[in-house]
Design a protein around this ligand. Structure first.
Ligand code: ATP
Length: 229
């Protein structure tokens, strides 16, 4: 069953026909199935991050529809969109974006505090401990981001993305700032979590080996998605 779709989506920046116009998508279609892993690849500047922003409802298409879990997103209010994002989407970026003044545990719990319907925090804290243990950080709950390695920070970012039990994880070059060993560990982790919890994983990556680890690989080319794997 599809969890996330782009239907006939077009997206450009700048005035059409002007020197600074950039066309990213032209009548493009994309279907992400529940639980599957998909890599989006393509040369620098082709629009991969823009696509992830559209999928994450952080940006709007010029034309066409974004459909999340069967629901057309177009025209949603800021409140509706932020509810959708905090309940159903986990984001992981190239830089961890952890709050430096908050501990690992506090950072992981932040998205739960942003939920419109307040969860049972005892349950969420238990989940946070279990997830941090799964990623090997159970001894780091009270540490601050500045006391962690780059790989450890990204593992915290993965747990933070999982804390609200999202349907989809959107990851934009999540291993871009890591060395090869740490990058491989993080990729394994994201795949394991996606499989364990049945969460779709959409990954933007420059790294062909990492992209090949996903079930499907798409290339963004001339405004459309081409299937590479
Ligand atoms: N807000 C914006 N206004 C105007 N142009 C933009 C905006 N955001 C992105 N662009 C342009 O759109 C194009 C695609 O950018 P995007 O960041 O989506 O590409 P990318 O494939 O993710 O690049 P990279 O691999 O280098 O991170 C680039 O030419 C960029 O300059």
């Amino acid at each position: 069953m599809p969890i996330l779709e782009l239907r006939n989506v077009s997206k450009s920046y700048g005035e059409p026909g002007s020197a600074n116009a950039v066309e990213i998508l032209r009548d493009a279609n994309l279907v992400i199935e529940a639980g599957e892993s998909v890599a989006i690849t393509g040369p620098s500047g082709c629009g991969k991050s823009t696509v992830l922003n559209l999928l994450g409802t952080l940006d709007e298409p010029d034309r066409g529809e974004i459909v999340f879990d069967g629901e057309v997103i177009k025209g949603g209010s800021i409140v509706q969109l932020s509810k959708l994002r905090s309940e159903k989407i986990g984001f992981i970026f190239q830089l961890h974006h952890l709050l430096p003044q908050c501990t690992v545990m506090e950072n992981v719990l932040l998205p739960a505090q942003a939920l419109a319907e307040k969860p049972d925090f005892a349950v969420v804290e238990k989940r946070a401990k279990e997830l941090l243990s799964l990623v090997g950080l159970d001894q780091r709950l009270k540490w601050f981001p500045g006391q962690l390695s780059g790989g450890e920070r990204q593992r915290v970012a993965v747990v933070r993305a999982l804390i609200n039990q999202p349907k989809v994880i959107l990851a934009d070059e999540p291993t871009g700032a890591l060395d090869e060993t740490n990058a491989n560990t993080l990729t394994d982790l994201m795949i394991n979590m996606s499989e364990k919890f049945g969460i779709s994983l959409v990954l933007v990556s420059h790294n062909p080996d990492q992209a090949q680890r996903m079930k499907r690989v798409l290339r963004l080319h001339e405004g459309k998605f081409e299937s590479v794997k």
